[in-house]
Design a protein around this ligand. Structure first.
Ligand code: SF4
Ligand code: SF4
Length: 109
């Protein structure tokens, strides 16, 4: 049950969560951040530090934000704008740096 970042992060992006993650699996888009479900170890360390309560386990995402469960996954499994292949599981956001683009769903929000 990975953790998910929902829409409250949009345009907030203070990155407090990335400081807490022991496996560095929170990646920065353009308007929000995304948790890699393949890399998240479900430790929960990121959840309490988010000032806008954007982070929760996937089964506890608010009803009006459930589209973000699949969208966090899509950020890594689908080819983002300007890239040749999906991000997959790159092994940490410190390696990749900010990705700088969002999923098509988030771009349209
Ligand atoms: S639950 Fe733990 S491993 Fe998963 S994103 Fe949050 S801090 Fe990282
Ligand atoms: S702590 Fe919350 S608002 Fe800040 S970047 Fe992480 S998910 Fe977004």
């Amino acid at each position: 049950m990975p953790y998910v970042i929902a829409g409250h992060c949009l345009d907030v992006m203070d990155t407090s969560c990335t400081e807490e993650c022991p496996v560095d699996c929170i990646y920065e888009g353009d308007r929000k951040l995304y948790i890699n479900p393949k890399e998240c170890i479900d430790c929960g360390a990121c959840e309490p530090v988010c000032p806008v309560e954007a982070i929760s386990q996937d089964r506890r995402v608010a009803d009006d934000m459930t589209e973000h469960i699949e969208d966090n996954r899509r950020f890594f499994t689908e080819t983002l704008e300007g890239r040749d292949e999906p991000l997959g599981a790159p092994g940490g956001s410190h390696k990749t740096g900010p990705i700088g683009v969002d999923t098509p769903m988030v771009k349209d929000l």
